[in-house]
Design a binder for this molecule. Structure first.
Ligand code: HC0
Ligand code: SF4
Length: 570
């Protein structure tokens, strides 16, 4: 342990603790900008400067370790002046356009500038027009970049993808796509983690709100919206709602008020995915040898993009079942369209997702129907729907809850937990058990796959055979698992992969709370909803039974294969 004094507070902290951690552990706040816990402590912004007694210098608190008898001052005139100067320097290289910036009101640079009383820069760098491909679902605006390196760190260390790099030396230096490639030629998985880890507005999703508003104003189309499982954990955050208040039923009322015609739930098609995917898995297990590679889930498009760019040889191992988003669109434009007497072209199918990669998934040529219309016409992130609600001047607290529409508004608890890492596997095992045994196990039988670790496993008996399932989240963890599988160091039968740490609850399209990882705080909402649900098995969902009875026949039938399955090509 090390004894030191920070602002008159005497404290003892473990050796190796930084001044920043020591101060925060005792309620002393030191401002930061580029720092991100466990990810980035390069001290580039020099906002966390503090003064050391008897040393004629200021040091960065985020990467200076404590020392015995150290005396630290965090708020002297010299410290305040230096922080203000450093922020003003950053502002001179940052295109200050807060009023129209996507992060206006939720920007760490804006907050710090106000707190420190930073003056508007006398000189501002000039920027050429942004050359970025604005059709790509992820947008970079380097005139806003403050070179904090967080995007590089999260992409390198959490996702192992190295999409971002420092380009050009010295004063010309900037951050861009590795080897200065066009972003569409890079191996970007579109997980969006660089966006949620950016302290300013340099990274964002493509803004599709304008297209959405146009569709809502078009009298010739019926807008059908699906709400993803993880949205119910996060949509209320920007409005100060508790998870208990921010229900999907309250969101449904607001969406109808905005003008959406029919409001459905992706948990319906999560159940449908389970019907197809667990049947596919049981078929796979009939032929699998102990040393064969496992079957992988394919509902996370960030993971599918990663598999295509990093491990194309594994693509045949991926489930052919489309993701719930895509199954939803496919069923909406066929069975449901028929039911309400519309043609697919008269339906504008929208999904609200916590995800940036879902925008690209919806645009895949393989997700287009025979008549040339896409299963899903538009994907909005949680942040985009938040912006839409705000632009309508609505206060969600003033809206009551209302039921989602029938029949695609009914989902089980198994569908709800999809939004957390491990949820897809748990839901699949619940149904696979039923398909093999003809009766339900206790719904919590497979709960060993829950949790926050990067990789977890459960072994269970199905049809007299041991089945080993592994759940992994984060692409660096996924790479490690795949290398171990390929080297024969790990054997298993079924793998669930979610690209984002914690799964979709921590998705790249979710609300941003700078410096905080939110997945572990959001996931309990999903498990609470599942626990309290009367319906906890996908195969028990009455709407699922109806769609098979009226339209699909059985799981893996020819109709189901045509409508609900795909092939993954690099
Ligand atoms: Fe997810 Fe999904 S669970 S990927 O995170 O499978 O985006 O929430 O909608 O499609 O259901 C995202 C979330 C979904 C899909 C579902 C799956
Ligand atoms: Fe999208 Fe969820 Fe996959 Fe992240 S984990 S890329 S939010 S589907």
């Amino acid at each position: 342990m090390v004894k030191l004094t920070i602002d008159e507070t005497v404290m003892e902290v473990p050796t190796g603790t930084t001044i920043l951690e020591a101060a925060r552990s005792h309620g002393i706040n030191i401002p930061t900008l580029c720092y991100y816990k466990n990810l980035n402590d390069i001290g580039a912004c020099r906002v966390c400067l503090v003064e050391l007694k008897d040393k004629d210098k200021l040091v960065t608190a985020c990467n200076t370790n404590v020392a015995e008898d150290m005396v630290v001052y965090t708020n002297t005139p010299a410290v305040r002046e230096a922080r203000q100067t450093n922020v003003e320097l950053i502002l001179s290289q940052h295109r200050v356009a807060c009023t129209s910036c996507v992060r206006g009101g939720n920007c760490s640079l804006q907050t710090l500038s106000n707190q420190l009383g930073a003056k508007e820069p006398a000189y501002q760098e000039e920027w050429a027009d942004n050359q970025w491909d604005m059709t790509f679902p992820l947008i970079r605006d380097n005139s806003k970049c403050i070179k904090c390196m967080r995007c590089i760190q999260v992409c390198d260390h959490i996702q192992s993808l190295h999409v971002w790099d420092v380009l050009y030396p010295g004063t010309q230096s900037t951050i861009g796509v590795h080897e200065n490639k066009a972003i569409c030629d890079s191996n970007c998985s579109l997980c969006g983690q660089c966006i949620t880890h950016c302290p300013v507005g340099a990274l964002s999703e493509r803004d599709d709100v304008g297209r959405m508003k146009k569709a809502l104003a078009d009298p010739n189309v019926t807008t059908v919206v699906q709400i993803a499982p993880a949205i119910r954990t996060a949509w209320g955050e920007a409005f100060g709602l508790t998870p208990q208040e921010a229900t999907v039923q309250r969101l449904a009322t607001i969406l109808r008020h905005i003008g959406f015609d029919i409001v459905f739930d992706t948990t319906f098609s999560a159940d449908l995915t389970i019907m197809e995917e667990s049947s596919e898995f049981l078929k796979f297990m009939q032929h699998k040898q102990p040393d064969d590679l496992p079957m992988f889930t394919s509902c996370c498009p960030g993971w599918v993009r990663f598999a295509k760019s990093e491990y194309p040889e594994l693509l045949d191992q991926l489930s052919t079942s489309k993701s719930p988003q895509q199954m939803f669109g496919a069923v909406t434009k066929t069975w449901y369209a028929d039911k309400i007497g519309l043609t697919p072209k008269q339906i504008f199918s929208v999904s609200i997702m916590p995800c940036v990669a879902k925008k690209a998934e919806a645009e895949l040529p393989s997700m287009t129907r025979d008549d040339g219309t896409p299963d899903v016409d538009l994907v909005l992130t949680t942040r985009e729907i938040t912006r839409m609600i705000k632009s309508e001047y609505l206060d969600p607290k003033n809206f009551a809850e209302s039921r989602l529409d029938d029949p695609l508004g009914i989902g089980s608890g198994a569908g709800v937990i999809f939004g957390s890492t491990g949820g897809v596997m748990e839901a699949a095992l619940r149904s696979a058990y039923y398909f093999v045994n003809g009766e339900n196990a206790d719904a919590d039988t497979f709960k060993a796959v829950r949790g926050e670790n990067g990789c977890r496993e459960v072994t269970t008996q199905l049809g007299g055979k041991d089945v080993k399932a592994i759940v992994v989240n984060g692409l660096a963890n996924t790479r490690q698992l795949i290398e171990n599988l390929k080297a024969g160091k790990v054997h298993c039968d079924f793998v669930e992969v979610m690209a984002c740490p914690g799964g979709c609850v921590g998705g790249g399209g979710q609300p941003i709370h700078d410096g905080e990882e939110m997945a572990a705080r959001r996931a309990p909402t999903l498990y609470r909803l599942d626990h309290n649900d009367q319906l906890r098995f996908s195969h028990d969902n009455p709407s699922i039974k109806m769609v098979y009875q009226e339209y699909l026949g059985d799981p893996l039938s020819d109709t189901a294969e045509h409508l609900l399955h795909t092939h993954h090509v690099a």
